[in-house]
Design a protein around this ligand. Structure first.
Ligand code: 8IG
Length: 277
């Protein structure tokens, strides 16, 4: 296989076309920890055939090692839109390169998607953003020290590496999401490398930086999506209060449980947003 990540994405998209029988997809949804039950709620509302393809069949994908992340891509028809649902992602903290972390987003773009909905579970630094609530990402702080655009310049036919990130989390799409749910609030997402959670001092620092949410994903995928011209919507599900702000230590089990509890409502939200695209 070619070692160029953009070529690998095109190769994955070709397999997707063959296996799903759908020539092109319009929307990609990347599901983070806790969002798996929401994907099932979304798939249940799909019309037409639901096709699943394992990451291992697609080339360029790696199998997730985190509970709550399966490794399949689902192709569904949702409110007339062909949608690729990526169930599970991989993270820098699993030892992967930035290029591997964003492979799914680049493959979705190569498969025709012009819109990507990036979901994640996050800790909250803002008392208004309570456990169980979905929050729109308004902007991010990429504190991972990594970029999917580091390395050789992108090949011929792609934008250059110096990508503008103004309005990265599309204000238009945030407006669409608020039409679906007017109670949605917006916040700034701080992306950390992890996998350890923060110290209370680090959380105090992030608050002073203007962060409302903290997690270990999404930022690199958003940058890669913008680079290939996709419009990005980011949705965090608050699953814990950040370190030092709540009564209990942070645990991954609490993340998965909060996701399961919110599954139906956030699954409905995804479908509602897609129906308005
Ligand atoms: I869910 O509190 C989730 N992911 N870094 N800190 C970091 N990542 C997270 C947290 C958190 N909660």
């Amino acid at each position: 296989m070619s070692s160029d990540p953009f070529d690998e994405a095109v190769a994955s998209a070709a397999v997707l076309e063959k296996r799903t029988g759908r020539r092109s997809h319009e929307v990609a949804v990347v599901l983070g920890s806790g969002w798996l039950p929401a994907a099932d709620a979304l798939s249940a509302s799909a019309t037409g055939e639901v096709v699943e393809v394992g990451f291992s069949e697609l080339g360029g994908f790696r199998s997730p090692t985190v509970p709550g992340h399966s490794g399949v891509v689902r192709s569904i028809e949702c409110h007339g839109h062909p949608v690729l649902v990526l169930l599970g992602r991989v993270h820098l903290y699993e030892g992967h390169s930035p290029a591997t972390v964003v492979h799914g987003v680049r493959a979705a773009a190569a498969a025709g998607c012009r819109t990507v909905i990036l979901t994640n579970a996050a800790g909250s630094l803002n008392a208004r953003m309570r456990v169980g609530l979905p929050v729109l990402i308004r902007d991010h702080l990429n504190l991972t020290s990594a970029s999917p655009l580091a390395g050789p310049p992108p090949p011929e036919g792609y934008a250059g590496r110096f990508v503008d990130l103004t309005d990265l989390y599309s204000s238009r799409l945030r407006g669409v999401a608020r039409e679906a749910d007017p109670s949605l609030t917006e916040g700034v997402y701080a992306a950390m490398r992890g996998p350890h959670y923060e110290t209370p001092a680090e959380i105090a620092m992030l608050r002073s930086f203007g962060a409302d949410l903290v997690g270990m994903s999404t930022a690199l995928e958003a940058v890669a999506a913008r680079h290939v011209g996709m419009e990005v919507l980011g949705l965090s599900l608050v699953t814990n209060v950040a370190a030092g702000l709540g009564e209990s230590p942070v645990s991954h089990e609490e993340v998965v449980a909060a996701g399961a509890a919110a599954a139906r409502s956030v699954g409905g939200l995804l479908g509602d947003v897609i129906s308005r695209l």
